[in-house]
Design a protein around this ligand. Structure first.
Ligand SMILES: NC(=O)c1ccc[n+]([C@@H]2O[C@H](COP(=O)([O-])OP(=O)(O)OC[C@H]3O[C@@H](n4cnc5c(N)ncnc54)[C@H](O)[C@@H]3O)[C@@H](O)[C@H]2O)c1
Length: 398
């Protein structure tokens, strides 16, 4: 029997992306192994009818809690906050609770309460046999992050006393429109600075970093004005003067452990009025991670208020941080297509994974049992779920 995959709506404000697109939903249905249910969602970049036309069944907005337990629920971002109800379904999503982010114990505990049927396959941790993520939004996050950084810079430098801040930004229908608009703002930046701007990207060899570098190039930066740093350049340990000498700094690293800060309130103060840096785009957004190497801000910013001022600046120009954690939604259609297409081969193995999991529902799968069958990607994710759940249980006992 076909597995019914249920595409839930996104409830996070300004989130227009979708885990499935009409293209990938059609491919799932055409495989003969899936039926696809889609919640109506006015926020999604794709019209409901686009899904209906390829054979999906449309259902009410936010109706997944009453979906059959046999239907895996696929979505992208977090579920609405302040809800502690049990989660007895299989959820495929970014739950943001595996790196001990703020509130992680409460988040994963909802699946604990949803046992024996509840399962979280976290999209950030679905990996192939070489340990590479099967699908990620990184490229478009870096691409959009660099764009927002330049828009923020243009607004700041062109206002009296650099007092004004970038206002609400809306998604662009396509990359071309975004590049065209930012190129116009580049002229403003160059005029105000009296020279061409410089950017520094850390994590430049990764997905987000490549996107950021590509955007700077598309916006007209000369290659020499884009410093591209990765592990080799940060090995000496921060804080780094080079960051303070750039106009825009984009952090794109994948943080795995405590590292010296890249920039700090002390390094900013020491630079005094010699600091060029005006905008930091923290694409990595490890805002609540205790090891965040950019400890100069404490909130995530949003598309309606994209920047937050760095406190305690007493010399040099004002400085702002962009810490939007869903940057690819600036280009929702292209970002969704790229992500969903990368996820598709793994989704096609989901029916085997669900069937295989059935007999051991509610019981952890030991790492040694992950194996290398086609459904391995899911089984490894299941093993990780149980491991993090055990950590959360230990945390609750402390
Ligand atoms: N803000 C958003 O909207 C958004 C969207 C997608 C991803 N992200 C986040 O962006 C981060 C990067 O994701 P990715 O897919 O590009 O990862 P990735 O693994 O493709 O790339 C990370 C890069 O960082 C480098 N790196 C790691 N530690 C470093 C260090 N100490 N110094 C210098 N370089 C270092 C790695 O060598 C690698 O090249 C992740 O934390 C991810 O969650 C944010």
């Amino acid at each position: 029997m076909a597995l019914n995959l249920w595409l839930r709506c996104e409830t996070k404000e300004f989130e227009h992306r979708s885990a499935l697109t009409p293209t990938t939903a059609k491919q799932l249905i055409d495989s003969g192994r899936f039926s696809v249910t889609v919640e109506r969602d006015p926020q999604r970049i794709f019209d409901d009818e686009e899904f209906e036309r390829v054979g999906c069944k449309l259902v009410e907005h936010n109706s997944w809690p009453s979906a059959p337990l046999s239907s895996p629920i696929i979505g992208l971002k977090e579920l609405p906050p302040n809800d502690t109800s049990p989660l007895p379904h299989t959820h495929i999503m970014f739950a943001h609770c595996y790196k001990q982010q703020g509130g992680w114990v409460d988040v994963i505990s909802r699946w604990e309460a949803g046992q024996p049927t509840g399962m979280l396959y976290d999209l950030e941790f679905l990996q192939d046999e070489k340990g590479r993520r099967v699908a990620a939004f990184g490229y478009h996050a870096g691409f959009a992050g660099a764009a927002v950084g330049l828009l923020a810079l243009a607004k700041q430098v062109s206002s009296e006393g650099e007092k004004e801040r970038l206002g609400e930004i809306k998604p662009y229908p396509n990359e071309g429109e975004l590049i065209k608009f930012v190129k116009g703002q580049m002229a403003v930046i160059e005029k105000q600075l009296g020279r061409k701007p410089r950017a520094l990207v850390i994590g430049a060899l990764g997905r987000c970093g490549r996107g950021a570098v590509d955007f700077f190039k598309a916006a007209g930066f000369e290659d020499d004005n884009i410093a591209k740093w990765d592990m080799a350049e940060t090995a000496k340990g921060g804080p780094f003067q080079e960051i303070l000498d750039a106009d825009v700094f984009v952090n794109c690293i994948y943080l795995t452990s405590k590292i010296p800060s890249f920039i700090s309130p002390e390094s900013i103060a020491a630079a005094g009025d010699k600091r060029q840096l005006r905008v930091v785009v923290d694409v990595s957004c490890d805002t609540t991670n205790p090891n965040n190497p950019i400890p100069i801000y404490s909130i995530n910013t949003t598309f309606d208020k994209p920047t937050v001022d760095v406190d305690g600046i007493t010399a040099g120009p004002p400085m702002t941080v962009v810490s939007i954690d869903h940057l690819p939604t600036l280009l929702p259609r292209e970002a969704s297509e790229a992500f969903s297409t990368d996820l598709l081969p793994s989704l096609l193995t989901l029916p085997e994974a669900i069937a295989e999991r059935q007999p051991r529902q509610g019981k952890p799968v030991p790492a040694a049992d992950v194996g290398d069958g086609p459904e391995r990607v899911w089984k490894q994710s299941e093993e990780l779920f149980w491991r993090v759940l055990a950590q959360a249980q230990a945390e609750k006992k402390q």
